[in-house]
Design a protein around this ligand. Structure first.
Ligand code: OGA
Ligand code: NI
Length: 341
């Protein structure tokens, strides 16, 4: 076995959508923008946005905070390991896995945080699954930088959900009404370069779909994100400075009755130097019921592979139930961990 290969996506194969002037744009421009976004969600399920309103300095500050954190000695990082948390917060070490014995480890380390809540938050006090305070490293400015960035990208995720709803002729709050206390995750990921001669059993991230509504990803200039195209080839997504890569997750796929595609993707860092990325995985409220909010007029099966992360359109679970099951399988907690050597 060897590392699987991929073709490179030409820059114009993934639509770059300019959100400049979204608020001030006239009705015709806004309609055109919404249509282009909607077409992308129904096609490849991936697109890029520029002029999204989040300052580059804010994005760069999070990359810099992540590099400072990952450069700490392992024992310092392990002080806030996911294995010390019951709610998947803190540091995910390289190759450490959750309960699912079938799933291979990943060639990345990561930092995970969620909406910042105080220790006396009612759900934290009640021990509601997936609720906890964030676990921050003892690094000056780290927490403030991430909380500031989280608020900005959280607001952008809600704006995108409103545009998606408008593009589907739904009331603009059709999705955001189920995102009042969203369970969205901000991750900083660090992928070492993968040795081209290794057997390819472990990848940066194995093929998967994202669980939530929409993922908003900043990647550095190394590259490594690859998307499964409808014809079954893997396409490398070239990085564009200042742009976010946006993709649809399983729960929005279900809310749109399969109109929007939760497209499989993976990460392989075949580029000889370290790669960093910042995915913001937007998730609905804990108790939001994930059932279609509309009827797909053309419910043809998309013929996507049935990945471990796939959710059925008819499963009728809550957001919390979907996330709890998935996270428990792929990530360790204080009670379960597995090292995939
Ligand atoms: C993910 C993911 C992509 C990347 O975390 O779900 O797909 O480029 N990350 O890091
Ligand atoms: Ni993903």
């Amino acid at each position: 076995m060897a590392i699987p290969s991929a073709a490179t996506l030409a820059v114009n194969e993934i639509k770059v959508i300019d959100l400049d002037g979204l608020q001030s744009a006239g009705a015709a421009k806004r309609r055109d923008l919404v249509r282009r976004i909607s077409d992308s969600c129904r096609g490849l399920g991936f697109f890029s946005i520029v002029n999204h309103g989040i300052p580059q300095a804010s994005i760069d500050a999070v990359f810099a905070a992540g590099q400072r954190f990952f450069a700490l000695p392992l024992e310092r990082k392990m002080e806030i390991s996911l294995t010390r948390s019951m709610a998947f917060r803190g540091y995910l070490p390289m190759k450490i896995m959750g309960k699912d014995q079938e799933i291979k480890g990943n060639l990345h380390e990561a930092f995970h945080c969620y909406r910042e809540v105080p220790a006396d938050d009612p759900d934290v006090l009640a021990g509601t699954p997936l609720h906890d305070v964030n676990h921050w490293p003892d690094l000056p400015g780290f927490r403030e930088t991430l909380i500031d960035y989280y608020a900005r990208v959280d607001a952008l995720s809600l704006e995108l959900l409103r545009l998606f709803a408008i593009g589907l002729d739904l009331p603009d709050d059709a999705f955001t009404r189920l995102c009042k206390r969203p369970m969205s995750a901000l991750k900083i990921m660090h992928y070492p370069a993968q040795d081209p001669a290794d057997p390819g059993e472990q990848l940066g991230v194995r093929p998967h779909t994202d669980p939530g509504t929409v993922t908003i990803l900043a990647q550095d200039n190394v590259g490594g994100l690859e998307v499964l195209s409808p014809d079954g080839t893997w396409l490398a997504v070239p990085p564009i400075r200042g742009a976010y890569v946006v993709n649809i997750g399983e729960m929005l796929k279900i809310w749109t009755d399969g109109m929007f595609a939760a497209t499989p993707h993976r990460v392989i860092n075949r580029y000889g130097r370290d790669r960093y990325s910042l995915p913001f995985v937007a998730n609905p409220d804990y108790d939001a019921l994930i059932v279609p909010q509309m009827t797909n007029p053309d419910p043809a099966p998309r013929g996507e592979p049935w990945l471990a992360t796939s959710e059925s359109l008819t499963s009728q679970k809550t957001s919390g139930a979907i996330l709890e099951r998935l996270y428990g399988r792929i990530w360790p907690t204080a009670q379960t961990q597995r090292f995939d050597a």
